[in-house]
Design a protein. Structure first.
Length: 258
């Protein structure tokens, strides 16, 4: 097995699938890791079973791998990400992996939100691992906002944080950047990537409701504490890196509008 294979973790997730599509289109040798034991038949991609939580199967999954694009995250149980990182890094060292490309979130270093603290700790573990690395921070995916608004709109009033800016970015465009970084030399902390436009959170809700054909009142709510202050400071956004092309309006027209 040659050492130029690219392994994608979190390969069944929203971002992981986009990364696989682009690697497959480029004809690069790619391996996709999943916890599932029943593996899909996928021309151009070698699927393997590996569990970051326990470390089981990681040595086999990483055998011959030169680069890892790490997209896996347990958003329901974020604490699991840290043991997952340790298992991945230990196995990567044993396999002689030469580059790990990680996806993170804009604002993790400035917003004291639990999940963000976990992502920041993952960045630290990677940085101190001794393995050459690249870390990319991106803004919010429209799919995540869509799911949140579907839940929030079940009530007569949709509660949204006041004076909070968001910058939705298409996951396909983030995937393109990750693949570019994976083919280049390790860059450390890469330039952030955000969507083409910054929106006020209540505006996102109103436009989503209009596209979904729902009539709800949007109520602005002030989020207390340090996290709320960080949201209002604009730390969820990266206006200087508005590199995305697909807008929130385009996403709504394609995925939400009736």
């Amino acid at each position: 097995m040659t050492a130029n294979v690219i392994l994608v973790t979190g390969a069944t997730g929203v971002l992981g699938r986009e990364v696989l599509d682009r690697l497959r289109a480029l004809g690069l040798p790619v391996r996709a890791m999943t916890r599932r034991t029943t593996l899909p038949e996928d021309p151009g991609v070698q699927w393997v079973t590996g569990d970051l939580g326990t470390g089981e199967g990681l040595d086999a999954a990483l055998d011959g791998v030169g680069t890892v694009i790490h997209c896996a995250s347990d958003t329901r149980r974020p604490k699991n990400d840290i043991p997952g990182w340790r298992h991945l890094l230990d196995a990567a060292k044993r396999a002689g992996v030469g580059h790990i490309v990680n996806i993170s979130i804009v604002g993790v270093d400035r917003i004291p939100y639990f999940y963000y603290k976990i992502k920041l700790e993952g960045e630290r573990l990677l940085r101190e691992s001794g393995i050459p690395w690249t870390n990319l921070r991106a803004t919010q995916f429209p799919d995540l906002l869509n799911k949140a608004l579907r839940v929030l709109s079940k009530l007569p009033v949709v509660l949204m944080p006041s004076k909070t800016a968001c910058q939705p970015v298409d996951p396909g465009e983030v995937a393109e950047r990750l693949v570019e970084l994976a083919q280049a030399a390790p860059a450390g902390q890469a330039a952030e990537i955000g969507g083409p436009k910054v929106y006020d959170a209540p505006e996102l809700a109103r436009t989503w409701l209009a596209a979904a054909g729902k009539r709800r009142y949007v109520l602005k709510v002030r989020i207390p504490g340090k996290a709320g202050a960080a949201f209002r400071a604009g730390y969820l956004t990266t206006p200087r890196h508005a590199d995305g092309v697909r807008t929130w309006e385009q996403y709504l027209a394609d995925e939400v509008a009736r």
